[in-house]
Design a protein around this ligand. Structure first.
Ligand SMILES: [Zn+2]
Length: 642
């Protein structure tokens, strides 16, 4: 009989970003469920990969004087290296630049076209010429400014192919209704249903404004836009349109695991495309939450996106894998803090699990010369423990099938607690004092060791290295994934008389204060180095090309329809200037009038929201507030500052 299949995917990660803790989170979660399914007898296909096309990559490559493919190659290597360090057991790594992927995407496009679901029309949007990017109305800042460079955008049209997504609106709603597992967690399902009920618009699926992508078949001045290109990876990795492919059997996917920000693409765009293609829909799309770092949203600009490589070096792979899945329910947002991480390591890993192993094997060494004792004299408490073990297997299975990783770990740690309590209650050290109790002592230590063997199976999907280390110390040879799980799950499988391996602590305790102090110092050093390396030295003549003058603010008023801008009239001594400044969130107009401030006087005039601005007021940024540079009253307007 062939094994049942199980197919799980991470999103493909965009190569315009480098791997951070959010990527690690998704990928570790998929790894855990993959390992669990493999050990419980499934034929697993675990897919991850990279999304490499699009205008952002084209531009980023240009800036770095690389070809887009060269840029992608370097970032892809960083992902692959990280997955190796994190012990990720993916079966395949797909890149959207793979030839086989391109072929499948073009085939999908053609099929949708042949089904009458794709038509040529015009795409209209707000275009920023310097950024070469279209923005939607809602993305624009202050009227019609580009959210990336803040310059004015213009409404532009370009020819584009469209996917007739609205055609599938009712069919999709019906599918979601009839398949409560299709979108998880349930709270997210309601959000998506509401979105669909507002009415689906047709989707622009090609662009002519950039080149870096997969050409539209039979109309090569268009490239296929991100939706069809990226989402199709889940079936192109299986060579789905090739009827001879031996990987087709994995479809439909059991889980697409995604961040909540891309849930809509996966539960609206993707299933309607599949409907058009006549391909069955994935069973479940699961949206997990986001991580903040020490209470702050992670972002490129804040520079607080923690590098997982650094974390692994500092704390080890398994503690990081454990922490990510234990700390927060999958599906909710979580906060990463060093304090919480160190606490988990010390209490759950070093104290509860590490100590259990250490004291049990320590006693086996002391009382039985390191040889596994025998199960000789049963007591009620042993039977209770075996019952607890069976219950734990059942609840872990149920939780993992729901991707409730933290609940599975809570169950496992209840068993850790039960085993520690078993030892406290049976008190082998007391039994050892009397030869009469020898049989009972053997039984107790045998039972405790067998419980630890069971734990090694349960924690294996989460912390594979640790599980194998525990098995080495217990001197067990059987591989975890390739054995019959139902056999391995049985109790009393340890072989009496065998010698145990070398006993060493698996998780040393960490000194919280010392580590946090070290991290702070490292950050400071790095920050200083960054500052030094970033700022280029200039000579005096260079500096003098910037003309800074003292200016007295005569008038100030809010710019209508703008939250950020203030229009100022400033006396520069021999002339009066109008300057628009983005400080409305930090000052009311009245606060500013009468202040003498520093003004860059020879800045080229520019229009902000249609209003002429002739200069710039210098200000410091404190968090998200601005503080203008104020000069003493005795400084006359027009005074040169140098
Ligand atoms: Zn722009």
């Amino acid at each position: 009989m062939s094994k049942p299949t199980f197919y799980v995917t991470t999103p493909i990660y965009y190569v315009n970003d480098v791997p951070h803790i959010g990527h690690a989170y998704t990928t570790v979660a998929c790894d855990v469920i993959s390992r669990y399914k493999r050990m419980s007898g499934y034929d697993v296909f675990f897919l991850t990969g990279t999304d490499e096309h699009g205008q952002k990559i084209e531009q980023a490559a240009q800036q770095k004087k690389l070809s887009p493919k060269e840029l992608a190659d370097s970032v892809v290597q960083r992902y692959k290296n990280l997955w190796k360090k994190l012990n990720i057991s993916n079966n395949h790594f797909i890149r959207t630049t793979d030839e086989s992927h391109k072929k499948t995407v073009q085939e999908a496009f053609k099929k949708m076209q042949e089904n009458g679901d794709i038509y040529l029309d015009e795409y209209e949007g707000w275009y920023c010429t310097p950024c070469e990017t279209y923005w939607t109305e809602t993305q624009l800042l202050d009227g019609n400014c580009c959210p990336s460079c803040r310059r004015e955008t213009t409404k532009l049209k370009e020819p584009s192919y469209f996917f007739n997504m609205s055609k599938y609106q009712d069919k999709l709603l019906k599918h979601i209704e009839e398949n409560p597992d299709f979108i998880k967690p349930a709270s997210r399902r309601n959000e998506i249903v509401a979105f669909i009920k507002e009415g689906l618009r047709n989707l622009s699926v090609s662009r002519v404004s950039f080149k870096w992508g997969i050409p539209v078949p039979r109309d090569e001045k268009h490239v296929i836009y991100v939706w069809i290109d990226a989402l199709t990876n889940y079936i192109s990795a299986l060579d789905y349109f090739d009827s001879n492919s031996d990987k087709r059997k994995y479809w439909p996917a059991d889980f697409h695991v995604v961040g909540k920000d891309i849930l809509r693409f996966h539960t609206v765009y993707w299933p309607t495309m599949l409907m058009s293609l006549g391909v069955p829909l994935p069973k479940t799309v699961f949206a997990h939450g986001w991580w903040t770092v020490e209470g702050q949203k992670m972002s490129k600009s804040l520079g607080n996106a923690i590098d997982p490589n650094w974390l692994i070096e500092k704390f080890g792979v398994d503690p990081i894998r454990y922490f990510l899945l234990r700390e927060v329910p999958f599906g909710l947002d979580g906060d990463f803090s060093f304090k919480a991480l160190i606490h988990r390591i010390n209490s759950d890993l070093a104290n509860d699990l590490g100590n259990l192993l250490n004291r049990t094997l320590g006693m086996v060494k002391r009382y039985f010369n390191g040889q596994i004792p025998d199960y000789k004299m049963e007591d009620e408490i042993d039977i209770e423990l075996f019952k607890k073990i069976e219950e734990t297997f059942n609840s872990v299975e149920a939780h993992l099938n729901e991707l409730a990783f933290n609940k599975a770990l809570i169950s496992i740690w209840e068993l850790v607690g039960a085993l520690n309590k078993y030892i406290d209650t049976t008190a082998p050290w007391a039994l050892a004092k009397d030869k009469e109790n020898r049989n009972r002592l053997e039984t107790v230590l045998y039972t405790a060791m067998d419980g630890i063997r069971i734990l090694s199976l349960l924690i294996y999907p989460f912390m594979p290295d640790t599980a194998l280390e525990i098995r080495k110390q217990l001197n067990i040879d059987e591989p975890v994934e390739k054995s019959n799980f139902d056999e391995l799950k049985k109790v009393k499988l340890l072989k009496p008389g065998k010698s145990i391996g070398e006993v060493t602590p698996i998780f040393p305790r960490l000194d919280e204060k010392e580590i946090i102090e070290n991290i702070k110092n490292e950050n400071k050093k790095e920050e200083n180095q960054k500052q030094e390396s970033k700022v280029e030295q200039i000579d005096y003549n260079h500096f003098m090309t910037v003309q800074i003058k003292a200016g007295k603010i005569l008038e100030a008023e809010n710019v209508p329809k703008s939250e950020k801008l203030l229009k100022l009239k400033i006396d520069l001594g021999d002339e009066k200037r109008q300057i628009v400044a983005g400080i409305a969130k930090s000052y009311s107009p009245g606060e500013l009038v009468g202040k003498t401030v520093a003004v860059v006087a020879n800045l080229k005039p520019a229009k902000l929201m249609g209003i002429l601005s002739e200069g710039m007021v210098l200000a410091a940024t404190v968090g998200d507030r601005h503080r203008v540079l104020e000069l003493p009253d005795e400084v006359m307007p027009g005074t040169i500052i140098k």
